[in-house]
Design a protein around this ligand. Structure first.
Ligand code: SF4
Length: 221
């Protein structure tokens, strides 16, 4: 089976198991960028609370950009690592302002996915995962975010080489999956990683992918 066939089969089996995920209401591109910075090292609930509190204290992105960094950190402390995230957020907003004259990222729609990713990853602290999330979720552009679950599960199945690093996995996995499946397969792989293919102990006997998975073949057959 080729890599593309294995990726297609993975998508199909996950849809049979979990269905096609609903398109979630998305944030503006700037909002998605800030939300993704807030998501580092915390869970979705704390990220969302930190985002909501940031927006409550500072109703505009200009106010977030220009506030004392300690006040921004105070408003997002529920999300953890506030002393790192607050300067990262302000730095991103300042750089966007400097480059664009205003705080907006909708101009990225006129670029290719690769060009838009390159632009975003020039922002300090923005890596390929954050860029891909902004593109896929808020700009509806073809990008494939590789988070810790997607990285682990794709390695176990054998869709990517075992020793490939997450940076390279973004480009590689984007080539394996069909762009029209990026959104559902990203979300379904995360769900599988959280519920079944857990980091410490995968529950392979319950897994809808065990017929096509390298890890399962090596461990159980
Ligand atoms: S068969 Fe096991 S290792 Fe493979 S994807 Fe499923 S849970 Fe993960």
């Amino acid at each position: 089976m080729t890599g593309n066939q294995l990726a297609a089969m993975t998508h199909q089996l996950l849809v049979e198991e979990y269905g096609l995920p609903n398109w979630r209401p998305h944030l503006s591109p700037v909002g998605e960028l800030i939300s993704t910075i807030l998501s580092q090292n915390t869970n979705d609930q704390n990220r969302d609370q930190a985002f909501a509190q940031l927006r409550e204290v500072f109703p505009t992105w200009e106010e977030v950009r220009d506030a004392p960094v300690t006040k921004v950190a105070e408003s997002i402390k529920i999300g953890g690592l506030a002393n790192q995230k607050a300067p990262a957020i302000q730095n991103a907003l300042k750089t966007i302002t400097k480059e664009r004259g205003q705080i907006e990222l909708d101009f990225l729609r006129s670029k290719t996915s690769q060009e838009a990713s390159k632009w975003l990853t020039k922002l300090k602290g923005v890596g390929p995962k954050t860029a891909a999330i902004v593109l896929l979720f808020s700009l509806d552009m073809p990008a494939f975010p590789v988070d810790t679950h997607v990285f682990r599960v794709s390695g176990r199945i054998g869709i990517r080489p075992a020793k490939m690093n997450p940076e390279k996995a973004h480009k590689f996995l984007a080539e394996q999956f069909s762009p029209d499946t990026y959104y559902p397969v990203h979300l379904n792989l995360i769900r599988l990683g959280r519920e079944i293919c857990k980091a410490r102990q995968p529950f392979c006997e319950q897994c809808p992918l065990n017929n096509i998975c390298d890890y399962y073949k090596n461990e159980y057959q």
